[in-house]
Design a binder for this molecule. Structure first.
Ligand code: CA
Length: 702
């Protein structure tokens, strides 16, 4: 007896040292509930452990979806991109919104139960590639977890939204941001970060759900060899890099997909692009592991198990961060446990989930960066012209940097066997910057943005617009072919939900939420959401009634970078709202408010051609990521051609150097660029914008 007690004390002492976890939750939301699902609830970002986003609910189905109407809606206070999937547990809908805020609603009535604002500093926007977005929360035990744009992991009480603990989890808050939804595996909160366009070294980490203590961390790219490698996987990866890649971090960030597969006890995650995009700028040669890859690690320890690199020697921003789906499929008469993946590079992959072995790939869009896939290894054969830093010529890549498919979640229906992919059909021009040096602020992609900016030419613009579209593709992963395709006028449409009611739901850039038959793609229902929808819909059931919910609110990277393209999203309005539907409901949205836009009435261009050229380069590097390619903005940020500040050298200097707009109580995010720009750079930018504004006025723009 005494011996037993002593042994127990010794065990406790052992438990106290080392990285001991609090253990899995036994009450509230548990791993068993997430694994098996709870009838009518939606407990985790991808709905189930395989991230299939397939609901078994059938009350709303292909015979009655036409009667779906607005049950309730909630206006959000931010006019920023909304990307989150709401979760539903115990009759409460948990939603994260732009600026990493979290809200809890009565899922039946829409009554707000609580709201949490992490008060993310608005200057974080200058370090975020793609708007102030957040893709969702995680539920576990009695807590809600959210990652914030400025790099914190926050645990909130489900009951009242009060902070239980919070912790800064990124290595620094100047290069790393968090937009992805945390996932849970046996009491561990799994989260990575974004930042591969800045100076980030990608990683995925696991945190104790009760305390926030870091339990393991797996880096996706090796660090400086002089510091020693953390593990054998880093040592192996270092052989696929050259130059001083660690000085810019190397990229490979884990900003979206994380899938915990209980069948293999593996955590599978996608990694982002290699950094800088242009390899020559950092003397980078080789595959650059483990960027643009799927990586599998042991869920308990974070130990490397396998990787599959989808895009070796990435120089096209081909992140592999799209959601990773796990399912069982019969392939050539054999039942296999597989990974389904449709990353930015345009190929649809089927891999063995346990070993990472390549099974098959099919091209779900037209693409030109590779000439095919090695059928044995799955390695792409790269088109030599796509190595733009070697040819010295721009390369118009299809797909582009936005990807054939990005974070917008796809869904997989076991009923039809199809995967429903929100697809972009869009090109992007890459050109290597010459004599490039890293800078204190902004993108570190080493691209010559001015060389490939949209020309002020009606024909060229019309051509680019016509060639840039989107589609909802129902993809047969076994046959590696499209079962059906619905075309959309623009790219950057919403994620998908599929249901046992033979339905697929998708929002569009144009501003509609639509339902299609899952087997044939027949359009059965459409609702005018008044604003582009990027987020994925979800569904739940309370008191015998099935609801469909989606966050509406245009934004994200596609609004920002090629602003001219967002004209395809019906005027590119952001009216951020949570929309909830049920059969027979008759709710209506208020009328669309008028768009207040200053007329295009610029002062004369007074600069020299040299100034305009220098300004174009500086603008492309520092300004275009928010204010739009060729100074044409989308919906979220001011269009500088219309700005009152470009009228005078003093005016624009006050904003760009002195940080005028970051003063006052409610700054919106326009920081000072003093650390990177001199007054003469700012004047060059001003002259370039004046030139652009006058060109567009001459083309008839108002
Ligand atoms: Ca990227």
């Amino acid at each position: 007896m005494r011996f037993k007690a002593l042994a127990a004390v010794a065990l406790l002492a052992l438990a106290a040292c080392g990285k001991q976890a609090s253990g899995p939750a036994t009450e509230g939301v548990t791993d068993a509930m997430i694994a098996s699902g709870v009838d009518g609830e939606w407990l985790t970002y991808g709905n189930d452990r395989g991230e299939q986003r397939f609901s078994k609910l059938t009350q709303v189905n292909d015979t009655n979806v036409g009667q779906l109407g607005l049950a309730w809606s909630a206006d959000l206070e931010t006019a920023r991109g909304q990307e989150a999937t709401p979760l539903m547990h115990n009759g409460v809908l948990y939603v994260s919104t732009a600026w990493s805020m979290v809200k809890a609603f009565d899922a039946k009535t829409g009554a707000l139960k609580w709201s949490y604002d992490p008060k993310v500093p608005r200057d974080t926007l200058v370090r975020a590639c793609c708007d102030a977005v957040n893709r969702g929360v995680a539920l576990y035990g009695d807590k809600v977890f959210v990652g914030t744009l400025d790099g914190r992991l926050v645990s909130l009480n489900q009951a009242d939204g009060k902070v239980a603990w919070e912790k800064t989890v990124v290595p620094n808050q100047s290069d790393y941001t968090i937009t992805g939804a945390p996932r849970i595996a046996n009491g561990k909160v799994l989260l990575g970060s974004g930042g591969a366009e800045y100076k980030a070294r990608g990683y995925l980490a696991a945190y104790d759900w009760k305390t926030g203590k870091e339990l393991w961390k797996f880096h996706t790219v090796p660090g400086n060899p002089d510091d020693g490698f953390e593990n054998k996987a880093m040592e192996a990866a270092a052989k696929t890099w050259s130059g001083k890649w660690w000085e810019l971090g190397g990229g490979g960030t884990v900003w979206d997909s994380i899938t915990y597969d209980p069948a293999t006890n593996l955590v599978l995650f996608g990694t982002g692009n290699a950094e800088p995009w242009n390899p020559a700028a950092a003397g980078r040669e080789g595959d650059s592991l483990y960027t643009s890859s799927i990586v599998a690690v042991d869920a308990d320890t974070g130990e490397y198990k396998w990787h599959f690199q989808e895009t070796p020697e990435d120089r096209w921003d081909f992140d592999s961060n799209a959601q990773i789906t796990v399912t069982d499929l019969a392939i050539n008469g054999e039942q296999k446990h597989v990974v389904l993946h449709a990353p930015k590079n345009g190929y649809f992959y089927v891999l063995d989930a346990k070993s990472g072995a390549f099974i098959s790939a099919g091209s779900f869009v037209t693409q030109n960066w590779s000439t095919g896939i090695d059928p044995k290894t799955g390695r792409p054969m790269i088109n030599p012209e796509a190595r733009y830093e070697k040819t010295g010529k721009p390369f118009i890549s299809i797909p582009g940097a936005g990807g054939a498919h990005s974070w917008q979640p796809m869904s997989f229906s076991p009923a039809t066997g199809f995967t429903y992919i929100p697809t972009n059909l869009a090109a992007f021009p890459f050109a290597a910057a010459k004599d490039w040096k890293p800078s204190a602020m902004g993108f570190q992609t080493a691209q010559d943005g001015a060389m490939v900016a949209m020309p002020a030419d009606k024909g060229a613009r019309a051509g680019a617009l016509a060639a840039t579209t989107g589609a909802l593709i129902a993809w047969d992963p076994v046959g590696q072919k499209a079962a059906w395709t619905v075309s959309h006028p623009g790219p950057w449409n919403g994620g998908t939900l599929s249901t046992a009611g033979n339905l697929v739901f998708q929002g569009t850039a144009e501003g509609y939420l639509e339902a299609y038959s899952a087997n044939k793609g027949a359009k059965l229902w459409s609702f005018d959401a008044q604003t582009g929808v990027m987020a994925a819909p979800m569904t739940y059931s309370i008191g015998g009634e099935q609801y469909v919910a989606v966050l509406a609110g245009w934004g994200g990277v596609w609004d920002i970078a090629p602003g001219v393209l967002s004209t395809k999203s019906r005027g590119a309005r952001n009216i951020s709202r949570l929309l909830v539907f049920k059969l027979g409901a008759k709710g209506a949205l208020p009328a669309i408010p008028p768009l207040n836009k200053l007329p295009l009435d610029p002062s004369a261009f007074t600069g020299t051609p040299e100034q305009a050229t220098a300004g174009a380069n500086t603008y492309a590097r520092y300004c275009s990521v928010c204010h739009g390619d060729a100074a044409i903005a989308g919906a979220l940020n001011p269009d500088l051609r219309h700005s009152v500040y470009i009228g005078s050298a003093e005016g624009i200097r006050a904003v760009v150097i002195d940080g005028l707009l970051m003063q006052g109580d409610h700054p919106k995010g326009m920081v000072s660029f003093k650390a990177a720009l001199k007054p003469e750079d700012v004047e060059n930018i001003r002259q370039y914008i004046l030139k652009r504004a006058n060109e567009d006025k001459a083309l008839g723009e108002k």
